[in-house]
Design a protein around this ligand. Sequence first.
Ligand code: NAD
Length: 188
Amino acid sequence: MDFKGKVAVVTGAANGIGRGTALAYAKHGASVVAVDKDAAGAKACADAIVQQGGKAIAVGADVTRSAEVAAYVKAALDAFGRIDCFFINAGIEGRVCPIHEYDEAIFDAVIGVNVKGVFLGMKHVLPVMIAQRSGAIVNTASTAGFVGSPGIAPYCASKHAVIGLTKAVSGEVARQGIRVNAVCPGPV
Ligand code: NAD
C-alpha cells in the first residue's frame, strides 16, 4: 500500500484500532490528522508518528459536537490542504446488560458517538472530498452491525445504523469519485 502524498483523518486515534490505524497510515506514507476527545492521547499518537519520521497533527474534538467536527476538518485543511482518507472510527460500547435495565443516558451516549459522530463526520468532510472529486471514507461498524448480540442491544442498533448510513451515502457520492465503506471487526 502506498499512501505517499495522501492525507488521512482518523477519529478515535488516541487508543486501540484508531491509534493502530493512524500509525499504519503514517508508516505507508500518509500525513495524519489524529482526532480524539482525549486530546492528550491524540497528541501522543501524533507525536509517535512524528518521532518515526512521519507527518501528523493532533486535534482534540468530541465527534458528537458539530462545531468541533468543523474545527478538526479546518485543522486538517490548514495543515495539509486536503483530505483523501477519512477513518470514522471513534466509538463506545456502553453498558453490557439487558435492555430493560439499560440507562437512558448511556443509550443516548452510544447513539451519539457511534451514529451521530459518523453522520457529522461525513457531513463535514464530504464537501471537501466532493470539491476534490476524490476520497475514501471508512466507517468502523462491527460484527454487531449485522447480527444481534444479547446484552449490548443499543451498541448493536448503533452499528446496524453505521452500516445503513454507509450503504446509503456510498450511493450518494459514488459518481463523484468517492468511496464509502465500513469495516466490521470482531472482538479486538
Ligand atoms: P477504544 O476505546 O480503544 O478507542 C476508542 C477511542 O474513541 C478512544 O480513544 C476514545 O477516547 C475515543 N472516543 C470516544 N468517544 C469519543 C468522542 N465522543 N469524540 C471523540 N473521540 C471519542 O476502542 P476500540 O476498541 O479501538 O474501538 C474503535 C472502534 O471499533 C469503535 O467504533 C468500536 O465500536 C469499534 N469496534 C471495536 C471492537 C473491539 O473489539 N475493540 C470490535 C468491533 C468494533
